[in-house]
Design a protein around this ligand. Structure first.
Ligand code: HEC
Length: 144
């Protein structure tokens, strides 16, 4: 009985992994994330932000884990952990989807998180300035 239970769990686990393994990198990509309040969505403080600092936050410094673990080192949503998530992490390289995502929208979600998804808020670990730095890095590197 116990063995059977374990194999059912294993099968369910494998099904989750394989069914979502091909979901990353999808474009256009559906969005589960809600819209930021309008006054924040239209903010943009990337002008004076530091993209190099944003890069190190994205690739390693962010807590509890680096953005690339989910969003991928190429920003396409296919990071190691990202592949197992539903919904998939945002594919920043997908212009069809990103044309609806402003700098202010990104700032708000990075700060507050996106309930019902794997995207956690970073308001305790990143200062506003650092969030704008990472928004600038993402937008100047991948968003066309
Ligand atoms: C545990 C995995 C994970 C980590 C780590 C992670 N994200 Fe996300 N992120 C997600 C998921 C899942 C979504 C929601 C996708 C959706 O809306 O369908 C998301 C959404 C977003 C969005 C929302 C864009 C929109 O559509 O409005 C932004 C911006 C973002 N992430 C940036 C970041 C940044 C910057 C970091 C690092 C500081 C980070 N994420 C870390 C999984 C992650």
């Amino acid at each position: 009985m116990k063995k059977r239970f374990i194999s059912i769990i294993t099968l369910m686990f494998l099904a989750t992994i394989t069914s979502s393994a091909f979901a990353g990198g999808k474009c256009p990509q559906p969005r589960k994330t809600k819209a930021a309040p309008a006054n924040i969505a239209k903010m943009d403080k990337t002008g004076s932000a530091d993209s190099e600092n944003g890069k190190s936050i994205y690739l390693k410094k962010a807590k509890p884990m680096a953005c690339k673990v989910c969003h991928g080192k190429n920003g396409d949503g296919t990071g190691k952990l990202g592949k197992a998530l539903k919904p998939s992490p945002r594919n920043f390289a997908c212009s069809d989807t990103m044309s609806h995502v402003s700098a202010g929208q990104m700032f708000y979600i990075i700060k507050k998180g996106s309930p019902g998804t794997g995207m956690v808020g970073h308001k305790k670990s990143l200062k506003d300035k650092e969030i704008w730095d990472v928004v600038k890095y993402i937008r100047s590197t991948w968003v066309k």
